[in-house]
Write a protein that binds this ligand. Sequence first.
Ligand SMILES: [Zn+2]
Length: 460
Amino acid sequence: MLILNNGLIVNGDGRTAPFTGSIVIEGSRIAAVGPAGYTGGVGDVVIDAGGRLLMPGAVNPHAHAVAPGPRFASGTPGVSVEEALGNLRCHLAQGHTTVVDLDGFKVPEETALVRGRQPVRVESSTIHFEPMFTAADAVDGAGLDDVHRATTAQKMVATGAVVIGEVGAGMTLGGGGQDYMYIPAALEKATGVRILPAQAKALKYAVLGRHVRPGSPDRQKIADLLRQQGLADLIGVDTVITLIEESVLPSFQVALDGLVASADLALELGVPTLVHNSAPSDEAAREAARIAKELFIGGHTNHGTFSSEEAVRNARWIKEQGGFVEIDTFDAWGRRELHATPEHLIALVQEGLVDIMATDYAAGHWDGMFEMVDAVARVGLAPLEQAVAMATGNVGRALPRVGAERGVLKAGLLADVVISAPRSPAEVCCVVIGGEIALARDEFAAPGTKARTAAGSARG
Ligand SMILES: [Zn+2]
């Protein structure tokens, strides 16, 4: 057995106040969680957590590029197995013991390439239905081949996909992928100059606005931006308007149609739909929430296209329909290039509207879920047990296929546990997945100092 003694247990159910106690793990599952300490028997490994936090491993319901195969709802060519494994190492270091790959065009054979080669549990999703293929082809689709196109959502759910998603992701709805991939690429082709994501976003807003409504570009603003970005002599205002419209608009309406269609599919298949929730998709997301009810998850409801007020209104609507509200870390604590301000997060948590957390991709610079837990709990936006539940037990409720086995520290469930510094959930010291130590830092990394066998202690 593996025994984690003397920890401050936050069990992930969102209700139980943190208490000092132990977790007993037998094989891959939790055998007991309680206030007592255990000495263990011969052959048991006993770890003194030294008052550190013992929490369920985070269940990340919204990740990308954690397996090879087409990326995003745009069917963009994917990453290599090596890059996917590298991304999974990052997730592990952040305490995410389960990640849901929301690149919904992948097939089980692709996900199989990363399972078993590293410890993080990788779950799959599906968007193998029309009009998602049409939307992907309108913006990219280069990563899709016959095997992806021949797969159906029904087949994927039968082989274990836990969610429909990500429906209408960034590129197809004029979101982040346009800012860091397609618009910079289109402008580079025209001018020879590669602009930054923030610059592409500013131009996109000047051309189409936050809600992606063509027809009233802010020409003065576009001219100013081109001057600031050193492009004024290389490209005209009209050409920029055309380039950005041609990059963003072809997939737009069909992606919105797919978003609403996913709600009916969720009801048919009995798995939730996780949609790209943002200002441009606000109305379609509301319609999908009205249809799918508790099978609806509003992905990154703290999206930067919303104003705080809009995000709160959208979240309130989702909750009234019985759906789940997700907020994402993006790169809000580290790089801060795509998503710099936490104001939506604060507004949504303060209003009691947040159910679950996730990372999303943020061009590969996503921050950890426990950083968000830390931020929420540290300033008192929510009690620690509620903040932890947003990354663990609540995700299990939103994704019943995952929650049946994970998300809460409870006898009988899988032994996925994160040990963090006493007052800082984000400072992950040790990660246990399925009863095995998958990552160990600080004194946990040196065997014999904190982890000891009961036989060893009898000698000492
Ligand atoms: Zn996403």
